[in-house]
Design a protein around this ligand. Structure first.
Ligand SMILES: [Zn+2]
Length: 358
């Protein structure tokens, strides 16, 4: 077992509880229930973002750690006369890997199982091998008419792939929605350690698990505006590019199991990055590096420009096969990232300046 019993069962709960963008309530409840005995207080907003607080000194800096709690999915768009259910994507789901998969439709009355239909190889036209559009894909829920189907589900119900997770080795965890349920898991580990070391903390901490990243970074925007923290450290997953067929000249080289990835450029603030790099060096944690020309494609882009500007830094977990049901991460990386974030916060001074002119 990679983590202690309590953490392992929390991780399992996080991963098996669907949390599609815009429909995160059940997933957030798991996170809030775990953080409740750890944090001083927990606040949620009307859309479902949740923030756990450790407040040590109202006059000191506040650092916000952030991850997003939503996962990509699909949404019911239309039901035809034969009872087949047409879908569209929620966030960046990939239609190329959707066919022949078991899915769960999250109806108002509970889960309805179905499969995304895939025409048998014997029956396919030539040209059937081309990539499908979402409007080509349909879910078969075993209903024989529109009426029967609409007795089970409703247009607008969210849909997730039915895959769960599995350890492929002691170190390699593989499954659906690691992007970014694993971020909330890491923040929980960090908050647990920070609360134990509360006596040495000089700054206040907010751990934000934000909704709706996959559809535009909206939850993080709402909460960064609300709290206006002095600095923010965002954690999400990033592409591990160490598998066949990826052009490193175009996408850089990030390896699974080789440590957290610090992002440079765009929304990332130089002094936040240099604080993170200094702490990583002291801890002898090997950092990997990646560059963003403009957008990081994470909640960092939503946070850094709120109010008067919030100095922000993105530290990511390497992940293979992003936005697929076989996303893959390394436990070694998870442990390194949680240690790093803990020490990044513990190493902040009460009045540390993040002005680039100081
Ligand atoms: Zn993500």
């Amino acid at each position: 077992m990679a983590f202690d019993k309590k953490l392992e069962s929390f991780l399992e709960q996080l991963l098996v509880t669907p949390s599609p963008a815009g429909f995160e309530k059940a997933g957030q409840q798991v996170w809030v229930d775990y953080l409740k005995p750890i944090a001083d207080t927990i606040e949620t907003d009307s859309y479902g973002s949740a923030a756990a607080h450790i407040q040590v000194d109202p006059s000191a800096l506040t650092v916000m750690l952030e991850s997003h709690c939503d996962e990509i999915g699909m949404i019911v768009q239309h039901v035809d006369d034969s009872g087949f259910v047409y879908i569209n994507k929620l966030g960046g789901s990939d239609p190329a890997i959707a066919r022949a998969r078991k899915v769960y439709i999250h109806s108002r009355d509970g889960i309805v199982s179905g499969v995304i239909g895939h025409t048998a190889i014997h029956l396919q036209d030539r040209g059937n091998g081309k990539l499908p559009k979402w409007s080509d894909l349909f879910i078969d829920i075993g209903a024989s008419s529109r009426e029967e189907a609409l007795g089970m589900i409703t247009v607008g119900d969210p849909v997730t792939l039915a895959e769960q997770f599995e350890y492929l080795s002691d170190d390699i965890l593989c499954g659906r929605a690691l992007d970014n349920r694993i971020g909330g898991f890491i923040l929980a580990m960090v908050m647990e350690k920070l609360q134990e070391r509360r006596g040495e903390l000089q700054v206040n901490v907010i751990a934000l698990n934000a909704v709706q990243e996959e559809v535009g970074g909206f939850g993080a925007r709402m909460m960064a505006y609300r709290y206006e923290p002095d600095i923010a450290c965002v954690t999400d997953v990033t592409h591990a590019t160490d598998t066949p067929g990826i052009n490193h000249k175009e996408h850089g080289l990030v390896k699974l199991g080789q440590g957290p990835v610090i992002n440079h450029g765009g929304a990332n603030h130089m002094k936040v990055l240099s604080h993170i790099e200094k702490v990583a060096k002291e801890l002898e944690i090997s950092l990997q590096h990646e560059a963003s020309g403009s957008r990081t494609g994470t909640d960092t882009d939503s946070i850094f420009y709120q109010k008067r500007g919030i100095p922000s830094g993105l530290i990511s977990l390497p992940l293979r096969y992003m936005h697929s049901p076989v996303e893959m991460v390394s436990v070694t990386d998870i442990l390194m990232l949680s240690n790093l974030l803990t020490e990044v916060v513990a190493g902040l001074d009460k009045n540390q300046s993040f002005s680039i002119f100081d």
